[in-house]
Design a protein around this ligand. Sequence first.
Ligand SMILES: NC(=O)c1ccc[n+]([C@@H]2O[C@H](COP(=O)([O-])OP(=O)(O)OC[C@H]3O[C@@H](n4cnc5c(N)ncnc54)[C@H](OP(=O)(O)O)[C@@H]3O)[C@@H](O)[C@H]2O)c1
Length: 324
Amino acid sequence: MLAAFTTRTNAEDPLSALEVGERPVPEVPEGWARVRVRAAGLNHHDLWSLRGVGLPDERLPMILGCDAAGLDDEGNEVVVHAVIGDPAWKGDETLDPRRSLLSERHQGTLAAEVVVPRHNLVPKPAGLSWEEAASLPTAWLTAYRMLFTQAQVSPGQTILVQGAGGGVATALIALGSAAGVRVWVTGRSEEKRARALGLGADQVFESGARLPERVDAVMETVGAATWSHSVKALRPGGAIVICGATSGPAPENAELNRIFFLQLRVLGSTMGTRDELGRLLGFLQTSGVRPQIDSVLPLERAREGFARMANGELVGKVVFTPGN
Ligand SMILES: NC(=O)c1ccc[n+]([C@@H]2O[C@H](COP(=O)([O-])OP(=O)(O)OC[C@H]3O[C@@H](n4cnc5c(N)ncnc54)[C@H](OP(=O)(O)O)[C@@H]3O)[C@@H](O)[C@H]2O)c1
């Protein structure tokens, strides 16, 4: 079957590690289910994988991709939950020390078919297209948990989203504003800032700009480049929720004095649970909010989508269609 995969990672030149070609059709273990993929979303995670982050050589070759929507063997329209927990684990699977994301230990979604534990299939709401549904399980689920589980934002509060065009950032803007939160956004380009306003942002700012007032919570995915600004943007007792560090993990100034003196909270966040994915799908169905799609490409042209992400050209999600 057609797949986007890697047989050798490359920390300096991740695109050189990408292969698009034939892989064996996967076996279906007991208790697992086959999904014929109709659409598969790209995430920054896939670029990290090509660099070898979280993907050691002994697990190669590995099909990339965490996000998919498709048809199971009974013909049900399903969304794939990407967090694969240990079957013995009870409770929040994101806290399971042995959990992994699709494409870390188990073959990923950028393929004609993917197999996952049956429990990881969530019904696709009829109102969502394949491309929309395939954009949700990683970036949008992460944003949902950051806002509603970790920061526990309330209607009327103000949050700052660092970065305007990213997959998680666009989800944070759309979900936050639909929930009645005042969403302020920083972005590196005029065009991305304008598109953030179109997604529901209340105000947009250049990266690092002084804000009109301090905010209740900051949503961080950028890391080193924006960390200091994020800490300075918070009111006393406010929270930074961080799920990623695209620009690097070591900020020049960690602002530790401000963190303790203003009693700020730093909350890590990773993916979300199957139940949260179900609630996210329900929220989109009832609110009419939809993921912004940057581009839809046949899986054969996966390299173009990866290059757009690597060059930081995206606004919203890149989705691949394997042609099922
Ligand atoms: N923990 C989890 O479960 C989880 C889940 C999903 C993603 N993540 C992580 O979260 C991060 C974002 O993922 P994504 O899929 O949204 O990636 P993405 O689509 O590539 O977005 C990257 C974002 O970072 C911003 N950015 C990059 N470099 C910057 C710099 N030097 N200065 C300012 N802004 C910069 C971009 O802002 P502009 O719009 O201004 O260009 C954009 O908003 C990644 O590191 C990813 O690994 C973690």
